[in-house]
Design a protein around this ligand. Sequence first.
Ligand code: AMP
Ligand code: GLY
Length: 423
Amino acid sequence: MKIMVVGAGGREHAIIKALRKSPLAEEIFVLSGNAGMSKDATLVPVAPKDIPAICEFARENAIDYAVVAPDDPLVLGAVDALEKVGVPCFGPRANAAIIEGSKAFSKELMKKYGIPTARYETFDNPQAATEYIDTLSEGKIVVKADGLALGKGVIIADDRESAKAAVHSMMCDKTFGDSGNKVVIEEFLTGPEVSVLSFTDGETVVPMVSSMDHKRALDGDRGLNTGGMGTVAPNPYYTEQVAEECMRTIFLPTIRAMKAEGRPFKGCLYFGLMLTPDGPKVIEYNCRFGDPETQVVLPLLESDLLQIMIACTEGRLKDVEVKFSEGAACCVVMASEGYPASYKTGYGVTVAPDIDAEVYFAGVKFADGKLVTSGGRVLGVVATADTLKSAVDKAYKATDKVSFANAYFRRDIGARALAAKQE
Ligand code: AMP
Ligand code: GLY
């Protein structure tokens, strides 16, 4: 089969490497991909959001199957458009991708179907939002922009005044553009966070191995929020009992709710969960694989990813095997010093050939035939092992084999998970 992957980052690199293991995959194209993937796929200079160009490429090259990985093209209807030109896809149509594209939609859905989540109100008027904030009790308040905001549209305000300032900046100053036309104001929840990616064909839902993201820039979960500085899988807080409860109260009800709404979800549905003292609750849904969760989840998948994906598209997920190894994985993201604020790029990147880990590239490009940094998150170093401790140690050891001038990475990826295991 001729496969096309839409996307450009570390997540897409991990998807491509997993797809390459399938005997069905003959040739893999990536739109646009990055220079670090050039050994694993054919790079095509088409932007992931350019849907007409994506469709044209698929038709002209007789693509048999497409995997649309990022949120933007999914929410914009890339899957719908590709299906129209006869290309089957992994990923939800736009009417289902809205589960990530609009927080107001996903909150309404959870309320209507009794899926546990933080209490909230939605506003399209700053005055009403401000008046509502005045009725809340002391303590932290969560303010979220309705639409996509590169993972940055969530503000945890320490008090009512800062919550009002957040509303003002989203709704009046338009910090996130039209994504802030509506805001969701919700109750602050506490507890460990767990990411669960799942395969679904709209009827059956099969959770993948759980994982833990590290969103803050600095050790000890301090500093600015980033796209993710590292991950581990499995997540030790996600016990079998929690998994069973999530399936019963969250996963199945969500899949059934989307079907009942006439928006069957096919593809990877990502559940961002918080294990609160009152049980697991949904913090967010994503309509796609997580980044950098995918980088630790897919290396543990023992079954054929392409066959699972096609089964999701064709509505026969219940008939295929989805097996994960018993081991663990750790991804350490190596970033440009200064990320997520300002940072310099253009430095040469080298990876020693004897590295004992996978490297999934994100922010790199070719300059004069050499690989150089071109983004905040440059690459992820991913190790798998029998235990989480060994996977973490192995990943950190492997970072010594990667070099670029202004490399920065957290030193404590996995530390919280390892401490939790000992509790
Ligand atoms: P989101 O983009 O919705 O995943 O939010 C980003 C991060 O903000 C989450 O990973 C949580 O750490 C935090 N967060 C979001 N909503 C809440 C909430 N209701 N209570 C506490 N923390 C939250
Ligand atoms: N790692 C969080 C996300 O992909 O949204």
